[in-house]
Design a protein around this ligand. Sequence first.
Ligand code: FAD
Length: 415
Amino acid sequence: MDFRLSEDQRAIQAAARELARTEFAPHAAEYDRSHTFPRRNFELLAQGGYLGMTLPSRYGGRDADYLSYTLCVEAFSQACATTGVIFEVHNSLHSEAIYNHGSEAQRERFLPPLCRGERLGAYALTEPNAGSDAAAIQTTAVRAPGGWRLTGRKVFITNGGQADEYLVYASTSPDCGSHGITCFIVAQDTPGISFGPPLEKLGIRASATTDVILEDVFVPDDRVLGEVDEGYKIALRTLHGGRIGIAAQAVGILQESLDNAARYVLNHKEGEARLADRQTVQWHLAEMVTNLEAARLLLYRASWLHAQGIRATKEISMAKLFASRVAMEGTLRGVELLGGDGYRSDGPQERLMRDAKITEIYEGTSEVQRLVVARALLGEYQDGGGIPGARAEHRARSDSTRREDSPHYGAVGPS
Ligand SMILES: Cc1cc2nc3c(=O)[nH]c(=O)nc-3n(C[C@H](O)[C@H](O)[C@H](O)COP(=O)(O)OP(=O)(O)OC[C@H]3O[C@@H](n4cnc5c(N)ncnc54)[C@H](O)[C@@H]3O)c2cc1C
């Protein structure tokens, strides 16, 4: 087993870190304070070739492997978690979904502008009564000549009001539950679509999170993504890459907290003794770095499995579950180790603590990740004749027993 990154991966990581250090980190606190959507960062991501980076170059992508993308989310989130999630939603939840499920005509039409940064993407699944139980959505799409008419309300939509294109999930066969949902590519300027004001939030404050309101919005047939009534599978499969992205965001936030804490205790004395020489301080650091490395290993393995086209539902959820938990815990340790400076809103650590919490909530809460992990695990025991830990590497995507096709996968769904 070789744990080293390839030369290409190291080069991409180094460039992403440099962009994050020189361009994103210096402005992150100000964007957060002023709740200003960091449009400039999005433009820099476009210029650097990071948008749609895992997509084939014929659509404007860069043919990068998934681990390279993960390394970028990690690096950007370390500097600015808001930029991390904007990047992640645009790439994983929007552009990749179009690549994976779109027709050739849709790929050619929608992907190049997304890769060039001319258009920003969003993912609109959640509704007031359908978050963890995403199959309960009530937004409807009714047949009309040449297309569909959408009516409903989406909530908590990242890039809301800022994005140019939204993947909107709506019920096309209301009696069929999760088997009657369709995905639509809806442009921001379509008549009948409007946006609520940006939500006031605990963290990632510069990322616009809004309601998306649809009032009799006409969407032509050529903007249906995938098959009619097959949208729920798209929503859930798309969350595979999405959850890898959120785990990477958590790892980036935790890395920055460790860096802050180590710098502080090396440079501060209590009397004559450096804080770094206190054993209890060292214990905190030891816990933080151990959790960080464990999270990173889960994350990189999940990314690798995903890149191979291997079904890794359980491994991806384990990475998100663990990385988000230790990020939250580690950012609190960071606040503690920096003492009063840790609590200052103009200090380096407080924002990280606030930003970490969302990684335990969006793209499936930690409870949902536990359900996904437990169901996948029990399925392995059942399907494997009681053999535990059936190796993920053997679960090819073509496997007809793919568990994510079940309404129980990912989001909670009805029993
Ligand atoms: C800042 C932010 C950005 C977001 N961005 C997007 C986006 O871009 N697109 C999008 O579609 N959505 C987005 N979301 C929505 C997000 O994915 C949901 O908030 C999340 O899935 C939880 O759903 P909910 O808020 O309805 O909580 P609920 O589902 O009501 O859950 C409330 C609590 O109950 C627990 N719970 C629920 N069901 C179960 C169960 N069966 N077993 C055990 N516990 C359970 C949950 O874990 C949680 O602790 C965003 C949310 C936020 C806050």
